[in-house]
Design a protein around this ligand. Structure first.
Ligand code: NAP
Length: 350
C-alpha cells in the first residue's frame, strides 16, 4: 500500500511520455498506475508498444503494464498528457468533462481564456484561472519548450527592469520533434531553418505567461514585442537560444546578473520535489552554456544563462540553454502538478 496519488499518462509511448515515466518512477507524491496511447498501442504490453529511447532502462513494472485507449475510463483522476497535438484537444476536453485533472504538454488548450499557461516560477498565480473553468475536472497547460527557457530567463529581468522588446534565435534539439522525429538524412551534417508553428508560439505565448491576473478576475496580456527565428540542429536534447532584449529601465550588466543569480520563486519556497534549488544559473565561462554540459543542470530543471553582453541594437544580448523534454516538457508539467497539490488544487480528486 502507498499513500501516493495514482496518476496516468496519456501519450505514454512518445518521447515526452517516456520522459514522464523516467521522471515519475521514484516520485515521492505520484505513482504511475495507468498508461494510455493510440489504438495501435492499446491492449499491448507497454514494452511491446514502445520504442524506449530513454538513457535509463525501462523499469519492469511499467514494461508489463497493458496500454489503454485514451478514453475517460481511467481509475487515476490525475493525468499527465503527452498526446500528439492532432488529438490532444478533443481527448483532454473529454477527460476534463468527466472530472479528470489534466496537466498537459500539448498546445491545444494553451490559449483558452480559462486555462493557465503556467511555468511555476513565472506565473504561479495564474492557477486561479481554473476557478473559471466549466469542467467538472480541470485543464492546466505548460508552454512550448523553447518559450519556457526564454520565459525563465526573462522573468528575473521583467520583475526588476521591465521588458520592452525581444529578439530571439533558437537552435533546437531533435527530441523536440517527438519520436522518431526528423530523419537522420535531414539532420546529420545539417541545420534546418524551419520548425512548423514554433516561431508563432514563441511570439505569442509570453504575452499570456507574463499577463496580469487581477483580483477581480480580469486578465491583461503583457505588451512587449517578440521576434523569433527557430532552427533545428543535430543535438539530441537541449535548446540553445540567442536573446537580445530591450529593457524599460536601463541598468548595469552586474544588476542583470544579480537578478538571475538571486532569482527564486514559489516552487523553491514550497520546496516542491522537482523544483531546482536554482531555477536560473548564470555562467561566466565565455564558451558556455552548451547543451552537452548544461542540459542536466538541476536535474534538467535549471535554465542556464551566459555570455551577457551589451548590444548595438537592443540593450543587452545573452545565451539561454534549457532541457527541452525535462524543463520544457515532462519535468515542467510535473512541477505544475506539484504546485497544484501544494496549493490544494488536487483536493477534489484525493
Ligand atoms: P510523440 O513522440 O509523437 O508522441 C505522441 C504520443 O501521442 C504517442 O504516445 C502516441 O501513441 C500518442 N497518440 C497519437 N495519436 C493518438 C490517438 N489518436 N489517441 C491516443 N494517443 C495518440 O510526441 P512528443 O514529442 O512526445 O510530444 C507529445 C506532446 O507534447 C505534443 O503535443 C508536443 O507538441 C508536446 N511537446 C513536446 C515537446 C518535446 O520536446 N518533444 C516539448 C513540449 C511539448 P502511439 O505510440 O500509440 O501512436
Amino acid at each position: 500500500m502507498t499513500n501516493k496519488i495514482p496518476v496516468g499518462i496519456l501519450g505514454a509511448t512518445g518521447s515526452v511520455g517516456q520522459k514522464f515515466i523516467e521522471l515519475l518512477t521514484d516520485h515521492p507524491w505520484f505513482e504511475i498506475t495507468e498508461l494510455g496511447a493510440s489504438e495501435k498501442s492499446a491492449g499491448k504490453k507497454y514494452s511491446d508498444a514502445v520504442n524506449w529511447v530513454m538513457q535509463k532502462p525501462l523499469p519492469d513494472k511499467f514494461g508489463e503494464m497493458l496500454v489503454k485507449n485514451c478514453v475517460p475510463d481511467f481509475n487515476s483522476k490525475l493525468l499527465f498528457s503527452a498526446l500528439d497535438a492532432s488529438v490532444a484537444g478533443k481527448i483532454e476536453t473529454e477527460f476534463a468533462n468527466e472530472g479528470y485533472i489534466i496537466v498537459s504538454n500539448a498546445r491545444n488548450h494553451r490559449f483558452d481564456e480559462d486555462v493557465p499557461l503556467m511555468i511555476p516560477e513565472v506565473n504561479p498565480d495564474h492557477l486561479e484561472l481554473i476557478k473559471k473553468q466549466k469542467y467538472s475536472g480541470a485543464i492546466v497547460t505548460n508552454p512550448n519548450c523553447s518559450t519556457i527557457g526564454l520565459a525563465m530567463a526573462l522573468k528575473p529581468l521583467e520583475e526588476k527592469f521591465g521588458i520592452e522588446a525581444i529578439n530571439v534565435v533558437t537552435m533546437q534539439a531533435v527530441s523536440g520533434s517527438g519520436y522518431p522525429g526528423m530523419s537522420s538524412m535531414d539532420m546529420i551534417d545539417n541545420v534546418v531553418p524551419f520548425i512548423g508553428g514554433e516561431e508563432e508560439k514563441m511570439q505569442t505565448e509570453p504575452s499570456k505567461i507574463f499577463g496580469k491576473l487581477s483580483t477581480d478576475g480580469t486578465f491583461n496580456s503583457a505588451d512587449f514585442n517578440i521576434s523569433a527565428q527557430c532552427n533545428r540542429v543535430p543535438v539530441i536534447d537541449g535548446h540553445l537560444e540567442c536573446v537580445q532584449v530591450k529593457l524599460k529601465n536601463k541598468l548595469s550588466r552586474q544588476e542583470l546578473i544579480s537578478a538571475w543569480e538571486n532569482f527564486s520563486s514559489e516552487p523553491q519556497a514550497l520546496n516542491l520535489p522537482s523544483a531546482p534549488r536554482y531555477p536560473v544559473k548564470y555562467t561566466f565561462n565565455e564558451k558556455h552554456p552548451q547543451p552537452k554540459t548544461h542540459r542536466n543542470e538541476g536535474n534538467g530543471m535549471t535554465v542556464t544563462v551566459g555570455r551577457l553582453r551589451e548590444c548595438n541594437l537592443f540593450d543587452y544580448k545573452f545565451i539561454v540553454l534549457s532541457h527541452n523534454t525535462v524543463r520544457g516538457a515532462a519535468g515542467g508539467t510535473i512541477l505544475n502538478a506539484e504546485l497544484m497539490k501544494a496549493k490544494g488544487y488536487l483536493d477534489k480528486i484525493l
